[in-house]
Design a protein. Sequence first.
Length: 372
Amino acid sequence: MLFKDIIGQEVVINKLQSFVAKDRISQAYLFSGKQGVGKLALAISFAQYIMCKNKKGGDSCGECPSCKKFQKLEHPDCHFVFPFFAKSSGTNCDAYIQDFRNQILDTPYFDISKWWDIMGDAKKEGIINRSESNNIIHKINLTSYESEYKVMIIWYPELMTQECANSILKTLEEPPHKTVFILVSNNSDKIMETISSRTQKIEIPNISNDEIRKVLTDKYHKSEDDAISLSKLSLGSWTRVLNLLIETEEIKRNFEHFTLLMRTCWGRKVLDLIKWSNTIAGWGREQQKSFLLYSIKMVRESFMNNFGDSSIIYANSKEEKFMERFSPFINEENLLILFKELNKAYQDIQRNANPKLVFLDMSLKLIKVIRP
Ligand SMILES: [Zn+2]
């Protein structure tokens, strides 16, 4: 990962570059900041930069043997420590290293709940245990394989057990020559004072709206309007932007299929309704449920639109245009039947009924409601 791949954070990057330029690399850093500002991405690109054999223009070259290994996160002198579910007291994070690498290769902007989910239970919380501290000390005392430096990135040091923290104190204070610890924390107040006092602290600020907007237009080809509204919702977190992008895709898909359903019902095109039902039946069950909830929302808001109270309506501009034309067809008489049919389909899907039958049955009933 190169510095140029980081979203924003120019000031921090300049600082990291100058540590290397002035040959003043500390033995331990603490990168702290909110979720999604790029702390882990910065830690990895800093490690890569320290080890790159052919730095140019203040960034890693991306091509030397060391950089090539970083591309797969498999550099033998860069170690990762992260919280995990300890199945037995002897488990350490080596058991999950490939999952961790795969997630970072997908994107280094992810939150911890995503990590718990990958490990199999989004509701559980992992730890960095005593067994891992032995692993840390063992790895840090190995002679480096290829690089002058050894780097150990510890993600979520606040989730170290007290036993683990105590047993790495001495190593953190007096690590072997040319060893760098980078602690990456979301909540540095929760790190034991004895640990954090041994580190050089680097505050990672929120990403500015302007930087987020620029990446969205330049790299994600979003319209200026979309980029501005997403950046306003971002709260300085790129992880949040990524989640919003997924949500936006879902809304777009639901909108397309809801409007298609309503037009087809209005046109009484039964063959097209069968086709439509088959398409929706091919989706995943969660997507089908999301579509039905979305449809209920659209019907409700279209009905509200008839009373001209736009303050209670939450809709984007496409949805608003559609509602303008659609709402005259929603009245007190058919509103309740529409709700009943959509809710019934939702419950049927939830109890694993055959989706082809559920959606076809629902759409045929909707014809009578939309165009009696
Ligand atoms: Zn390089």
